[in-house]
Design a protein around this ligand. Structure first.
Ligand code: GTP
Ligand code: MG
Length: 340
């Protein structure tokens, strides 16, 4: 039964949909959690602005793009300083260390600067609320992709609950850790957007293929897309698929339809590219390109680069497990999200 055989789910899709909607709802952050995140951002922001007058401070990541799930007590903050180039990681690392000293002096807990990381960062915890904060420097690509994801969310109300379920599934099944060779939350969001763009009747448009109304250059990269969400709301209305059908389609695609040998998922193009087109056909250093997900703006960045042969097998096994449960069980809910 590991083969795709064209059969659809056995479950009553209306009932399954109701259960999934309820689960997705329960995964949304509460107003209290949102207020805590906002307060943490404001506290960090005023400390940074007092130390670097005139600097801009941005909230990015899931708390900013509307794709945060409950009990995720992490916020992503970007300090924007003039005069540091995109690829000057040494200068960014020095600022990360200085931010660490500032936060230490301000009484933040567990301050951990990582100036040598691919993206230099300082991590710390706000005492009392326990909010975990990551501060990065001039991480303008992340700010731009946060806006792109937020705009996709605003176009169709099915994206956010689909992402919530996929993130919840990935955490439950222990396949949401890029450091251990599986995939980051951000990568799963891109995979969900790709699915919704490629339904036979699309749920989402391809914002980077429409006449751009938002333009920003970040280093060598051009971030441009149509951000006129008001005129695109209702784009997917002729697609009547519900959350259960879309979740099934997600797992079915990654279990049985995706071509892992040749394809690169691209939300920029709303489909797949060939690995040859990107020269992602072989291992270069630690970048293996076994599962390829193109970043929408930083086109040389493969979000699946950390996946190796062993973790690709784990991922594929989990996608197949989920698809098979959805196909064969009358009531797949508990097993689907069962802790690994
Ligand atoms: P949760 O914190 O799990 O709710 O998800 P998130 O959407 O905040 O994602 P995550 O914390 O993994 O990443 C924060 C942001 O960093 C993303 O939203 C992107 O804007 C940006 N980002 C850009 N490139 C990468 C990358 O290679 N890996 C990760 N993890 N994030 C990236
Ligand atoms: Mg985050």
């Amino acid at each position: 039964d590991r083969q795709h055989d064209g059969r659809g789910p056995r479950a009553d899709m209306e009932a399954l949909n109701a259960a999934l909607m309820q689960l997705a709802d329960s995964l949304m952050p509460t107003p209290e959690e949102r207020a805590t995140h906002q307060a943490a951002f404001e506290a960090v922001s005023s400390l940074l602005q007092a130390r670097w007058p005139g600097a801009r401070v941005h909230l990015f990541g899931s708390v900013a793009n509307g794709l945060s799930v409950r009990h995720n007590n992490d916020i992503d903050v970007c300090l924007e300083l003039e005069g540091i180039e995109l690829d000057d990681t040494a200068a960014k690392g020095e600022v990360a260390v200085a931010v660490g000293e500032l936060m230490e002096a301000a009484g933040m807990a567990d301050v951990l600067p990582l100036p040598k990381a691919r993206v230099p960062v300082v991590k710390f915890v706000v005492p009392k609320t326990g909010t975990k904060v990551d501060v990065t420097v001039n991480n303008m690509l992340a700010c731009a992709n946060t806006k792109l994801l937020a705009d996709y969310c605003a176009i169709d109300g099915r994206l956010a609950p689909l992402v919530a379920l996929v993130k919840h599934w990935a955490k439950s099944r222990a396949v949401n850790d890029a450091y251990r060779g599986t995939l980051s939350s951000y990568c799963y969001v891109l995979m969900c957007i790709h699915l919704l763009q490629t339904r036979p009747v699309p749920v989402l448009p391809v914002l980077q293929q429409l006449p751009p109304t938002f333009r920003r250059t970040v280093g060598q990269w051009t971030c441009e897309f149509c951000d006129d969400v008001a005129s695109l709301r209702g784009f997917g209305a002729t697609n009547r698929e519900n959350l259960a059908e879309l979740l099934w389609a997600f797992f079915e695609y990654w279990a049985w339809r995706h071509n892992y040998t040749h394809d690169v998922v691209s939300i920029r193009l709303g489909g797949c590219l060939h690995k040859d087109d990107k020269d992602w056909t072989r291992r270069i250093g630690n970048e293996r390109h076994l599962v390829c997900i193109e970043d929408p703006f930083e086109l040389s960045h493969d979000l699946g680069r950390t996946v190796d042969r062993q973790t690709r097998a784990v991922l594929h096994k989990e996608f197949t497990r989920a698809a098979t449960l959805l196909r064969d069980r009358m009531d797949p809910m508990d097993e689907l999200f069962q802790h690994y």
